[in-house]
Design a protein around this ligand. Sequence first.
Ligand code: PLP
Length: 418
Amino acid sequence: ATPLKTLDPEIHAIIAAELGRQQSHIELIASENFVMPALMEAQGSVLTNKYAEGYPAKRWYGGCEFVDQVESLAIERAKKLFGAEHANVQPHSGSQANFAVYTSVLQPGDKILGMNLSHGGHLTHGNPANFSGKLYQFVQYGVREADGLIDYDELAATAQREKPRMITVGASAYSRIIDFERMAKIARDCGAYLFADIAHIAGLVAAGVHPSPVPFADFVTTTTHKTLRGPRGGLILCKAAHAKAIDSAVFPGAQGGPLMHVIAAKAVCLGECLKPGFKDYAKKIVANTQALCASMEKRGYKIVSGGTDNHLFLVDLRASLPELTAKKAQETLDLANVTLNKNTVPFETRSPFQASGIRIGGAAVTSRGMSEADMDEIAGIIDDVLKAIGTDREAAAIAGSKQRVLALTARYPLPYKF
Ligand code: PLP
C-alpha cells in the first residue's frame, strides 16, 4: 500500500499544514472542537467502503452484519445518553437532520416560528437563502434589546397570533440557558410541534450542565462535532410516535447510503459521553468560557446578554471599539494565530459581511487541556490586538501576540501525528 505522502504529496502537504495550523493557533470558533485520535481511527476505517442503505436488519444491500452492529450501538448509546425514545444517527450534517425533521411532519408552505438568525438562530431556521426559508413560511422571534435574552412572553403572544405548525428553538450564538419547558408550553398552547436544535449545546445537555429538551420536545436535533466532541455529522432524537416518520424522512427522504465510518465515530463519541469523565469536561468548558468572558468584560468589552451560561459568548464591539468591524477584528486576530468568527449581534447595524460581534467559544481550548488560568492570557492577547488595530502599534501588537499564542499552544500540544 502506497502511503499518502507518496501517492498524493500535494494533498499530504496540505493536511500536514492544516495540522500545523491547528497546533499553533488558539481555536475559539464556538462550533469547533478537537476529537480524540481513537475516534479518528474509527472514522478512517474500512467502514468507508460499505454501502448500507436502510436501517439495521432492514438493508437494501448484503454484507451489512457488522455495520448493523455499529449503527445499533450508536443508536442505543444516543438513546441512553439523552434519555430519548428514538434516535436516528444517519444525517450527514446538522442541516440534513433539520431537513428531515421539517419534512417528516410538515408540508411545503406550512408556518414555522423560528429564531431570527441575527439574534442567534441558524440558517436552517428560516433564512431566505436556505431551503428552510424557501420551503416554509417562517415567522421569526428574537431577543429583547434591553438584556439580550429570549423574550418568552412576546414569543408566546406571536405563537398565539400566528398559530405555527412548528416552533423551532435552539441557536448558534445564544449564550444563556434556554427554557425548553416554557417553550413546550408555548408550543402546546398553540397546537404546534416543538423542535429543539441543540447543535451547539448538546455536550452540555448530555452532561447535565444545561437542561435537556428531550422530555419536552417532539424532535431534537444536534450536530455531533461541537460540544459533543465527535465527528462532523448530525443526529435526530424524537418521541416513539415520530420514529417512523423521521427514519423515512432521512432515508429515503433526504439521503441515500449512510456514512458508516462516520456512524462508527459517532458511536465512539457517544460512548465517551456516557463515561463519568465527560461530565467534568462539560463543566470545565463552561468554567473556562465564563472565565474568558469575565476577562474580556474586565477589559471593557460589552458581552451580549451580559455573560454566559454555556460554551460561548458574543462580544458587541460597538460599545468599546465603535470604528472596528468584526470582519477586520477576525482578520487581524488571524494574523496573531487566534481563530474566531465575526457574527452579527442582535439589532445589528452593519451588514452581516462586516458585522459588529465576535463569537468566542471555549470547547476547543478546553479539549486541549487549557484551564481557567489560561483564559486571562487569551483575553489579554485578543485585547492587545483589537486595541492596536489602526494605530502605529498594530504590527508590533500582532507580532507580540503571535509569540504569546505560540508559547501557550506549545504548552498544550494536540495529540495528533500525521
Ligand atoms: N443548527 C445549529 C444551531 C447550528 O449552529 C449548526 C451549525 O453550526 C447547524 C444546525 C448545522 O450544522 P451543519 O453545519 O452540520 O449542517
